[in-house]
Ligand binder design. Sequence first.
Ligand code: FES
Length: 322
Amino acid sequence: MTLRASQAGPSFDAVIERKETVADGVVELVMRTHDGADLPVWEPGSHIDLVFGDGLVRQYSLCGEPGDRRSIRVAVLRAPDGRGGSAFVHDRLAVGDAITLRGPRNNFRLVDADRYLFVAGGIGITPLLPMLRSVNARSVPWRLAYGGRTRASMAYADDLMKDHPGSVEILPEDETGLLPLDRILRDADDRTAVYCCGPEPLLSAVEQMCARFSIGNLNVERFAPRADAEAAPTTSFEIELFSSGRTLQVGPDESILDVLERAGVPVDSSCREGTCATCETGVVAGVPDHRDAVLNESERSENKTMMICVSRCQGLRLVLDV
Ligand code: FES
């Protein structure tokens, strides 16, 4: 079985080289390794963990140039109802500060296609920037529909319009309303790869619209847990560790990851909410109840891997490749 090579990955020490406001509520961080060593290679769609200490770890999409081994760039939206990561970046992190980075990892790969349609909502523009630059450099046709609350809140909107006026539509909600997905998606066909990143209502609406138009090549990235998964009921089940034959019980109020950690079984994890793929684990037998925001529909139906921080069991028993 193939995991997405997303286990926690190497961590390394970095320094904040630049911190700049790039839109209302959005700061851009440019970081370099603290000893001047080359940064890891990454691909469009990748994200990186920022490890703030005190167990606070957050994932942010890389929005710079994949070929740049000297600096790495993320943009962070202040989330007023967030859990502390964006507030730390906005209020406490300063130029010259040391920070630990982990990764990069890629759960949002750019597949080959004859043309591309990118749909961004707000800070969801960040993973799409290296993608559209890559596609543009290969002279493959592409379009971007970029929505946001207001023009001033939309990071990189001016640069995108300046650099690609014929391919980019900027659609601030206070000027033009919600993204007209019907019109945006209507011309996408089987040869079009659709990439969407943004808030959950946008992702859900694009998924529904693509199902309606029978658009099969849809790729979305979520940085928040699926709302339907959080509300789903939970029951007890048993897991067997394939390597040892050991069995463990998972209660209704705990995750597989909790149970493995308590039993002293080494497993990688980061977000613990089904969005980063660090805990992806092979499934040898049994049917998972997928509750993550990483696997796509075909990966879910294959049942070869699962995210053990949130996903559970359809039935009474799973055998895991642990
Ligand atoms: S730890 Fe992030 S998906 Fe499980």
